[in-house]
Design a protein around this ligand. Sequence first.
Ligand code: PEP
Length: 244
Amino acid sequence: MANWKMYKTIKEAKNFLQDFIPLIQGINDREIGIAPTFVCLESMSKELKNTNIKLGAQNAFYETKGAYTGEISPVMLKDLDVEYVIIGHSERRKYFHETDEIINRKIKACMNEKLKVIFCIGETIEERQSNKTFNVLKNQIEKGLEGVKDADSLVLAYEPVWAIGTGVVASEEQIEEAHSFIRNKLEEIFSEKADSVRILYGGSVTPENIYSIMKLNNVDGVLVGGASLDPVKFSKIVKYDIER
Ligand code: PEP
């Protein structure tokens, strides 16, 4: 899944798709998704019809409608044929002060509208250095998923904050350890249904490192920021095991 963050105008998004769609033609054995900014959703929704690319949004509010200036509701996203919503990205936690409680309400509101949620969790460098990583992940999962029943609509994304946009990738051991911890937590919550929840890794994924990340245990996909803005780079990530 591509997270375009606050990049690309409607025209730039269109140009991206013109280059990208031919590059991933015929690939149907994996899911490809792009989460552009809200303003690009309507045009991209039309352009992605009849393609193998899913549409995602980067955020949603937890109310259906009302006096919430500047917010967008899950109903509005559903109306645009959005399929995935990224919730709890560390940039939202950091710059927009989203708490675990807010994230939990957003996850439930999206699932109520039958949107699939990519729920992001991850520790800061300070938390890792003070050996709090697993405690942080445990808290984020337990609070974020409180009262959430629908494992089928859930995707987890492990994104160590220190690896996002920094060019520093978590080591294979760090990724496997975190993903296995997350899988076990999901099993506590959803029992056998936990196996169907995909766990993505995110943090400085590139065409160069994708292959070694995808072969790790419990890594079911990736969430890609910077490298997803370039159609050639993102297509190489999508085709990580086809064109090596
Ligand atoms: C992200 O924003 O989710 C992300 C993983 O960014 P980047 O790939 O640029 O590290």
